[in-house]
Design a protein around this ligand. Sequence first.
Ligand code: AQP
Length: 332
Amino acid sequence: RPRVLSGIQPTAGSFHLGNYLGAVRQWVSLQETHDAFYMVVDLHAITIPQDPAELRANTRLAAAQLLAAGLDPDRCTLFVQSHVPEHAQLAWVMNCLTGFGEASRMTQFKDKSAKQGADRASVGLFTYPILQVADILLYQANEVPVGEDQRQHIELTRDLAERFNGRFGETFTVPSAYILKETAKIYDLQDPTVKMSKSASTPKGLINLLDDPKSTAKKVRSAVTDTDTVIRFDPEAKPGVSNLLSIYSTLTGTGVGELEEKYAGKGYGALKTDLAEVMVEFVTPFRERTQGYLDDPETLDSILAKGAEKARAVAAETLAEAYARVGFLPAK
Ligand code: AQP
């Protein structure tokens, strides 16, 4: 089976709709066809300041949401990044292979550091794409299911894998990004020209899956569309409506064309009211399932412990090979 690896940050508490549709939903289907490794990336979370108690709680909460979304510990390996120390170890090696200029070109770093103020951004934030490179290469992943915003980091991963292999001999699988066109980028409901994001979106434009379903429905009903009335998928001319159609189509499995027909001659109000209902039907059981996992932290922790054990077996083997290739003297 080909292998996939991906991760999600535990920073925000609730996942938002972009995280779910852009990434997590694909993780669930890929566990059926791939040898799948998924992790809560707590090492990445501390690239911006974190309250320790909140970080711990949010790490469990992220794992609970992944299980609620449909990850099955019998079908995939689900773990917490800091439980597998090889991530930080391989990251160091990869740091030393990366050019300063090369790392400086990462647009996510530019965006995130600009938000924090360049002087306050940590060195960790600067090198986090390189930690991500290590995350992926440790598992010899063939594919990495992510949203469009991560494409540049997957390109960096490919470059560094090839560089390492070229310099030290064939060691790492060169991975590809697995990005579904329809959900590669879910947009803010209030400003459909920017991606939905926990840090950039206004509360009204951001759908958090664990929010009160009533407030979620309200946000959908007040989504920004345009002054026209025609319901047509046209991301250039009609970004708001197109975003709603993508979300609707993915959550229900109905084709966008079919939706256009269904709503022909009807106004935006009808589309939004129905999508609000679809959303409530989706988030209500999701919230309940998440709560169910949180209510039983022992089971949750033991799932994560087993996942870490499985992950470490793979990661340790890759790290040992990489260390040997680099020329580190083996410890006796
Ligand atoms: N709007 C989005 N559309 C599609 N996919 C998205 N992802 C995030 N936003 C969208 C994908 O979600 C996965 C997990 O992302 P993360 O853990 O890196 O979360 P994040 O980047 O912290 O999410 P945000 O909201 O985008 O945070 P900020 O604003 O801090 O950068 C990834 O696969 C990501 O592509």
